[in-house]
Design a protein. Structure first.
Length: 250
């Protein structure tokens, strides 16, 4: 996300639509805490973006304006099972202003994976591709400014875990959409591997050796050789489609 302050998952300016909804849920009983957190992030973003070529004029509205409803009240979030926050997304970009390329990307369902590396560091990635051959290869687009890339670049190896429906919150945490008190790996059970920690309840993982990496669009295209494969029983995948998580119908 830093220093461009774009979402690792969708590429939009942070806080993007999913991040805003997640923050409203996380701070539903603490409006002051939310505004303090956003103000801190705004100050950090302003400093970093200024060094890249100028502080955007709309930072205050982008970071703080959306968190207030009419009369200074936060948007209401109903947490009853099956409830809806709004009939339509209150933060959605108007149809006429949406990038056609982003709309195309949204129509391509993608498996949700977790990339981890010794350190430890991790990142949710929905652009993983496996290419069979001699040797077998793995490719993916990640954030060049992420802690994960720094760890991969230093160690030269990483693990990739396909996530399932029970891992939705884990995926959000490693995508930066939910706060992670104590660190990203502080909750849940993890198995240590030479390539990085992997969730203990995952259906399998692969260990990769870094080959090359280069800038590609807004991201970093990472190419690696698969050195280890550990698969358990068949597991239902978690998919990312049109900005939301989905699972295959049973």
């Amino acid at each position: 996300m830093r220093p461009l302050w774009r979402c690792r998952g969708c590429g939009a300016h942070w806080p993007c639509q999913p991040a805003r909804l997640a923050l409203l849920a996380e701070y539903r009983d603490d409006r002051v805490g939310l505004l303090v957190y956003l103000a801190t992030m705004m100050a950090e973003a302003g400093d970093q973006l200024a060094r890249l070529g100028g502080r955007p004029a709309d930072l205050h509205e982008r970071f703080l304006g959306w968190a207030r409803g009419r009369g200074g009240t936060m948007f209401h979030v109903n947490h009853e099972p099956g409830a809806e926050i709004h009939h339509t997304d209150p933060f959605a970009v108007p149809t006429g202003q949406r990038s056609p390329v982003r709309r195309l990307r949204g129509r391509l369902a993608a498996p949700v994976t977790l990339w981890t590396a010794p350190g430890p560091a991790g990142l949710t990635v929905s652009s993983t591709l496996v290419a069979e051959g001699e040797p077998d290869r793995l490719l993916g687009l990640i954030d060049a400014e992420s802690d994960l890339w720094a760890a991969v670049e230093e160690s030269g190896r990483f693990a990739v875990t396909p996530l399932g429906p029970p891992h939705r919150q884990l995926a959000d945490r490693f995508a930066g959409l939910f706060p992670a008190p104590g660190g990203l790996f502080a909750t849940g059970a993890w198995n240590e591997t030479p390539y990085g920690p992997v969730p203990a309840d995952a259906g399998g993982w692969v260990g990769c050796r870094l080959d090359t990496a280069r800038e590609y669009g807004w991201g970093l295209l990472v190419e690696a050789t698969i050195e280890a494969v550990d698969l358990a029983d068949e597991a239902t995948p978690l998919l990312h489609y049109r900005g939301r998580y989905h699972e295959l119908p049973t």
